[in-house]
Ligand binder design. Structure first.
Ligand code: ZN
Length: 165
């Protein structure tokens, strides 16, 4: 099944001499390079959601899940300019949105991460299309806890107040 909308050119990886079999792949319009053996039977998938066959034809476009994608916008543990400052960090690892896109997302919610003594560690935004589901714990579980020992997360509610999840 081919959608026929677009076919990407297969590009040989640079740095291999002529006449030698070289690896290669496709450059997805999103900017990522997808390694692929030319004409391979298996489909290849880019993290942006595009799926191609071995010749570069679009097979399908998967909608990217955005629930639970987060970014840090303020780091009170490691100051600005210091090594390890987390401002701009996004997660989880397969996250395809930039920090600015997460912050501007119409379904993102402002959060704060605290330690056990209620010291504020981090602030950020988490995309939660279905409200405060268990995805809302991602910034704490994926980042705040392993990184700095944060133990709780609060979200700004519709009234503008911070509420512990
Ligand atoms: Zn892509």
């Amino acid at each position: 099944m081919k959608t026929g909308l677009m076919k990407l050119a297969w590009i040989r990886d640079a740095g291999y001499p002529a006449g030698v079999t070289a690896p290669g792949g496709f450059n997805c319009p999103c900017g990522k390079h997808i390694p692929c053996k030319y004409g391979q039977a298996e489909h290849v998938r880019c993290s942006c959601g595009m799926v191609y066959d071995g010749q570069g034809w679009i097979v399908k476009v998967e909608e990217q899940p955005v629930a639970g994608i987060w970014t840090i916008t303020k780091d009170l543990v490691t100051g600005p300019g210091q090594k390890g400052n987390a401002v701009g960090v996004c997660g989880p690892s397969e996250c395809t949105l930039s920090s600015a896109q997460i912050r501007a997302h119409k379904k993102s919610r402002f959060f704060q991460l605290f330690d056990a003594d209620e010291n504020l560690y981090y602030e950020g935004y988490c995309v939660l299309p279905d409200g405060l589901t268990e995805d809302a714990f991602h910034p704490l579980d994926n980042f705040g806890m392993p990184n700095a020992g944060a133990t709780s997360i609060k979200y700004r509610n519709v009234a503008g107040l911070m509420e512990t999840l």
